[in-house]
Design a protein around this ligand. Sequence first.
Ligand SMILES: Nc1ncnc2c1ncn2[C@@H]1O[C@H](COP(=O)(O)OP(=O)(O)OP(=O)(O)O)[C@@H](O)[C@H]1O
Ligand SMILES: [Mg+2]
Length: 238
Amino acid sequence: MLTVDIDNLSYIYADGTAALTAVSLQINTGESVALVGANGAGKSTLLHHLNGLLTPTAGHIHICDQPLNSKTLARIRRHIGMVFQNPDDQLFMTNVIEDVCFGPLNLGLTPQQALKVAREALDQVGVLSLQDRTPCRLSDGEKRRVAIAGVLATSPEILVLDEPTSGLDPWARRQLIDLLKNITHTRLIATHDFDLVHALCERTIVLSEGKIVADGPTALILTDDFLNSSPTTASNDC
Ligand SMILES: Nc1ncnc2c1ncn2[C@@H]1O[C@H](COP(=O)(O)OP(=O)(O)OP(=O)(O)O)[C@@H](O)[C@H]1O
Ligand SMILES: [Mg+2]
């Protein structure tokens, strides 16, 4: 089954910046796909379309065979678990457990059910001990884990992660990669971290100036030639 189907997506920001031009891609159920490209290539812009944060200037998106539009958005958001580039955009409650309960409560679970799935999700990502802490006072790595727990608690079919390892120390980064290895979802991960791509994604899509310039098996895309020549090496995140 096609889980994500993007057809000829273009997006122009209000100031006239053409961030995406005629992007088409399909992701099948169970695939783990990396989205790489230099700073400003359009990765976050593309991801923000998948849960309706941005509306295409042109083109169409289907998620789990449903067209993404204002009528289907609420339903489709249940399928997508989005972890933002900046965890501070995601964590806004006064303590961690409330934050992780927020999604399940929104889906209609009772407070007891929400608490149960929230604790399970925090446990799954190894931060149950943080449940009473204030999110804004956590370290970056802790915030990222809590943000991931927040989306896992809603049992999404598709996990969309925007630079999950950026800003993490090498140990936290390694731990997060290992953690994600054990979470099997259809995944789309925007990243500059090529170790993560090799560890988690069998397929890689390369964006350059808002266009897809390569899409194929990671082993064929992330060759030494590509890494030496591509502007995607410009980031110092990896
Ligand atoms: N709110 C905005 N208004 C105008 N232009 C924007 C806005 N947000 C992003 N852009 C522009 O859109 C293009 C794509 O940005 P985007 O954030 O999608 O890139 P990215 O690939 O995620 O980059 P990074 O690796 O730095 O996270 C860039 O040229 C950027 O300057
Ligand atoms: Mg980005």
